[in-house]
Unconditional design. Structure first.
Length: 165
């Protein structure tokens, strides 16, 4: 006669299946959260560019030209051309770098500007709307910009003062 043992626990196979299911669910959650974080960074970048553009437009109204350069981000605007228009120039939310600023057509005739950034969500429809799918800006290193209304080669969404949804 064979001795039968009564099992009161889980088999190794059952435990492995449960662990695998938990890992799959956790991975899906992590990937979804990563995408949401990127979308949040991109929304902040767009808002920052819009804020800088507003300050630049106010500066231009008073001085009939845009500033030759932007103050370094996170530095107090005290003593900078934008002192009366913005407390401090915002930085990129992910790496605290400055946004690229271009003024033209040259250093003495500053009648238009563009401010560039690189959005993390490369599938963002705004990238195609401003025409930066293949890169734009200095060195083609950026994929989104906001510009003054009179800047050459503009797409509708990249023009100040179009607010973002």
């Amino acid at each position: 006669m064979a001795i039968r043992y009564k099992s009161g626990g889980f088999s190794m196979m059952e435990l492995l299946i449960v662990i695998a299911i938990i890992i799959i669910i956790a991975t899906g959650f992590f990937l979804a959260q990563t995408q949401n974080i990127k979308k949040g960074y991109d929304a902040k970048r767009k808002t920052d560019l819009y804020t800088i553009a507003q300050a630049l437009e106010e500066y231009e109204k008073d001085n009939e030209a845009y500033p030759a350069a932007l103050t370094l981000c996170e530095a107090p605007a005290t003593g900078s051309p934008l002192e009366s228009y913005i407390a401090q120039v915002p930085c990129d939310p992910q790496d605290d770098s400055n946004y690229a600023y271009e003024v033209g057509p040259n250093a003495t005739e500053r009648v238009w500007f563009r401010i560039y950034t690189k959005l993390a969500q490369t599938g963002d429809s705004d990238i195609a709307e401003v025409g930066c799918l293949a890169g734009c800006g200095p060195g083609g290193a950026y994929n989104f910009y906001i510009a003054s209304p009179n800047a050459p080669g503009l797409a509708v969404i990249g023009v100040y003062p179009t607010p973002f949804p």
